[in-house]
Structure formats: structure tokens, C-alpha cells
Design a protein around this ligand. Structure first.
Ligand SMILES: Nc1ncnc2c1ncn2[C@@H]1O[C@H](COP(=O)(O)OP(=O)(O)OP(=O)(O)O)[C@@H](O)[C@H]1O
Length: 304
């Protein structure tokens, strides 16, 4: 689906992202974590052809058989919003404050050639798909009439409008409160085709993604399945990140969360904290689940 080889991003002579390489298979959900300023956003923006003025990318990035780097602006623009879409952190700045929601969702479809009547009808369907209650009413509303969480769902509807093969999310839930954040993450995990999910929150990446890339100082310093990276971090930065996180340390007594097992595949990596969880036995089925505060992990044991 996406392959990136030796992606380098520069502002004048300064290298901000160095030789980044990774790939995302169709349907795969990959997290990109790293401290502030490590180059996560620039990596994503260079794939979308949205780098700021004065910042340039080199190397190779392909979406299917189409090149994304070093090609004329128009070629990437044609793919943007159609074959790949991005959801940003702050939905208010991404939405037009004086345009009705339905028209904004429809616009991304008419821009890519869909007749406007059809686009308007599909906009309401999309608002329903991202579980906005009263989608027809929401379509008639202006952005300021919606909550932050609702606006972020609108952004997701816009991103999904043309059924892209790849969704890139850059800290899409950071500005939301914890309960809304959890609902939004579940929705993204459910609707995303292939996903590149940027965050600095380890718990979030473990609940949404199957694989993770860790960036540090403009480089990818570590990558692997969530289980590999979170249980055996190799790079000192990842080790520090895990130690500083609120993820359950080995030996902590956890209250079990009772309930039915989530649908298969919802937590594709299984419980990444199996080794750390005092409840876990080789036969018990555990999955990571965000607890009430949305940050710590607990294990969910159907047998408890
Ligand atoms: N327009 C620009 N011109 C010059 N340097 C830039 C520009 N935009 C970003 N940078 C620098 O590039 C580096 C990587 O920035 P980037 O935004 O990709 O980091 P990030 O990992 O996404 O951080 P955060 O988590 O804070 O969003 C930083 O050192 C940043 O200061």
C-alpha cells in the first residue's frame, strides 16, 4: 500500500528527517511515536505533499504504484483526499467556520468529480458512519455548533469520503477529553483502511495499532510489532518512554475488568503486557483495554 525508502526532509541545509524507511500493507495499522520535534509530522506531511514553504523532501515514497516524493505538486494533489487522507489534531482550524458541515463533507467529493446531489446525500451517510447522532441535522450545522469531539468526527467523515486506501492521523485525539478520546480511537480503529497513526501516547498506539515505528532525532530508531517493541524495547529512548509512561509495570496488582471478549481482531496484537500482568497465565485470554482514565492499561479476563 505505502512504501517509504530513505525519506529525508530538509529546511535549507538542515536535515530534519534522516533516511526514514517503512512500509504499510493494505489494512495494516501502524503507529508512529516519538518525542516532540522528532520528525513525525514532517514525515507525514511529506507523504501528503503538504510540507511548509522552504522545507523539501527527497528519497522515495510510493502509494501503490504512484510516487509521492519528487513529483509535480498536481500529481500528489490528485491523490490527496482520494487515495490518502489526513486527520489533524485541531479540527476547528481545518473546518471552514462559515460553511455548513454537510457542504464541507460534500466538497471533498465534488472536488474529485462526484455530482453535487450525490455528494450531499453521501455526506449525510458519512456523518452517520462516524456515529454523529442526527446526521441530517449535523449536516445543516456550522462548525461552532458542534463539540470538539463532534468536529473531529466530521474531519474523519471528510477523510473517509472518497474511500482512501490510506488514512494518516496526526495526534487526532490529543485535544479531546478522555471519554471522547476513547470513542474516537475505537472509531478510527474500526473505519480506517490502512492507517499511519502519529501520537506521543504509548497507550493510544497500543490500543489502535498492530505495529509501531519509534522516531528519535529525525530517525526511525526502532520498529516492530506492538508486542515486540513494548515488551522488549531496544533503543534507550523507547525504554525511557515506557518507563515514564503510565503503562502497567510488571508485578502491579490490577483490578480485572469483567466483560465479554471484544470482537476478534479488535486488539490484533493481543495483550502486549502479558508478561507484566499478574493475572496472566498461559491459557488466559487477555486484551489491553483503556481503563477509566484513558491512559493506564488493565487486562481484561473473560474468565474473571
Ligand atoms: N517549517 C519548518 N522550518 C524549519 N524547521 C521546521 C519546520 N517545521 C518543523 N521544523 C522542525 O523539524 C523538526 C521536526 O518537526 P515535526 O513537526 O515533524 O516534529 P514532531 O515529531 O511531529 O513533533 P510534535 O510531536 O511536537 O508535533 C523540529 O525540530 C521542528 O522544529
Amino acid at each position: 500500500m505505502l512504501s517509504v525508502e530513505g525519506l529525508t526532509v530538509r529546511a535549507d541545509a538542515v536535515e530534519l528527517v534522516h533516511e526514514v524507511s517503512f512500509a504499510i500493507a493494505p489494512g495494516e495499522r501502524v503507529g508512529l511515536i516519538g518525542e516532540s520535534g522528532s520528525g513525525k509530522s514532517l514525515t507525514a506531511l511529506s507523504l501528503m505533499g503538504l510540507l511548509p514553504e522552504g522545507v523539501t523532501a527527497s528519497g522515495r515514497a510510493r502509494l501503490g504504484d504512484r510516487d509521492l516524493v519528487g513529483v509535480p505538486e498536481g500529481r500528489v494533489k490528485d491523490l490527496r483526499g482520494r487515495e490518502m487522507s489526513m486527520v489533524f489534531q485541531e479540527p476547528m482550524t481545518a473546518l471552514n467556520p462559515v460553511m455548513r458541515i454537510g457542504a464541507q463533507v460534500a466538497e471533498v467529493m465534488t472536488l474529485h468529480g462526484r455530482p453535487s446531489g450525490q455528494a450531499r446525500a453521501r455526506a449525510v451517510e458519512l456523518l452517520e458512519r462516524v456515529r454523529l447522532p442526527g446526521p441530517a441535522q449535523v449536516a445543516r450545522a456550522f462548525p461552532h455548533q458542534l463539540s470538539g469531539g463532534q468536529r473531529q468526527r466530521v474531519m474523519l467523515a471528510i477523510a473517509l469520503a472518497n474511500e482512501p486506501g490510506l488514512l494518516i492521523c496526526d495526534e487526532p485525539t490529543t485535544a479531546l477529553d478522555v471519554t471522547v478520546q476513547k470513542q474516537m480511537l475505537e472509531l478510527i480503529a474500526e473505519v480506517a483502511p490502512a492507517l499511519l497513526f502519529i501520537t506521543h501516547d504509548l497507550a493510544v498506539v497500543a490500543s489502535v495499532c498492530e505495529r509501531v515505528l519509534v522516531m528519535y532525532g529525525g530517525r526511525v530508531v526502532e520498529s516492530g510489532t506492538i508486542r515486540e517493541v513494548f515488551t522488549h524495547p531496544r533503543h534507550r529512548y523507547t525504554q525511557g518512554l515506557l518507563a515514564a509512561s503510565k503503562l502497567t509495570p510488571r508485578g502491579t496488582r490490577l483490578p480485572a475488568i469483567k466483560g465479554s471478549v471484544p470482537p476478534a481482531g479488535r486488539f490484533p496484537g493481543g495483550c502486549v503486557f502479558r508478561n507484566r500482568c499478574p493475572h496472566a497465565t498461559p491459557t488466559c485470554e487477555t486484551v489491553p483495554e483503556l481503563t477509566g482514565d484513558g491512559h493506564a492499561f488493565a487486562c481484561w479476563h473473560p474468565a474473571d
